[in-house]
Design a protein around this ligand. Structure first.
Ligand SMILES: [Zn+2]
Length: 230
């Protein structure tokens, strides 16, 4: 869809994607101030009421731009991309269904995952990414000993036979999304955060649930009769 004149692209909960929006109203203000070192810490706050051009849903955005970003934004068509959008109302809803197996796994891990899904449901994608990373680290340390680094911990899971070797780089990629959210201010997109949770869920199933399913099957399946010796 071509961008209509005066439209901006931002998240729509109903369309569950970034869509073009008409700006119904806006208000801008500058909050002046200095930080403890006396440097300019002014913020440019812009409030928008926007209407989705797809479903006609109306919502509210607050955008917060720091002084170092002011020049970039003044040259930009619109500053609607993360991390400038500080608040959405209603909150950006990218809820993911909590897996049915959540009550069957380790209680601490289940609690950690529940909080991560909750963060996701209110659009707190960075917190959700941190939660996903914490869950992966927890699994590695709970199943093996803490080797002192993510890479070594994941490698230990492989060495101990909990994970296939070809999954090692996949897990490290998911861990890196969490690290980038913590240390580099990265806000994962919808696809990335869904990938992280698909990986986390897959690892939980491989490490905790599939071995138990295998045991149950071997217990309930009738054994093959022994061949008679002639
Ligand atoms: Zn919409």
């Amino acid at each position: 869809m071509a961008r209509p004149d005066d439209a901006v692209k931002c998240w729509c909960n109903r369309c569950r994607s970034d869509t073009y929006h008409h700006i119904a109203a806006s208000h801008e203000t500058v909050v002046s101030g200095t930080d403890p070192r006396g440097r300019d810490a002014s913020r440019r706050l812009i409030y928008y009421v926007v209407e989705c051009l797809g479903c006609k849903d109306i919502h509210f955005l607050k955008i917060d731009i720091s002084p170092e970003d002011l020049i970039w934004c003044s040259n930009s068509e619109h500053p609607f991309d993360s991390p400038y959008v500080q608040e959405n109302y209603p909150p950006r809803n990218i809820a993911r269904r909590v897996p049915e197996w959540i009550d069957l796994i380790d209680v601490s891990l289940a609690s950690m995952l529940r909080e991560s899904y909750m963060a996701l449901s209110i659009g707190a994608v960075r917190l959700a990414a941190m939660g996903g990373r914490a869950a992966l680290e927890y699994i590695a340390i709970e199943k093996c000993e803490d080797m002192g680094s993510f890479k070594k911990n994941v490698n230990e899971l492989v060495n101990a036979g909990f994970l296939a070797k070809n999954l090692e780089s996949t897990i490290l990629s998911a861990l890196d999304v969490g690290s980038a959210a913590i240390h580099r201010g990265y806000t994962p997109g919808l696809e990335s955060i869904n990938d992280v949770f698909s990986i986390v869920e897959n690892i939980v199933e491989s490490v905790y649930l599939l071995p138990e399913s295998g045991e149950r099957l071997s217990f309930t399946t009738p054994k093959r009769p022994e061949k008679r010796k002639s």
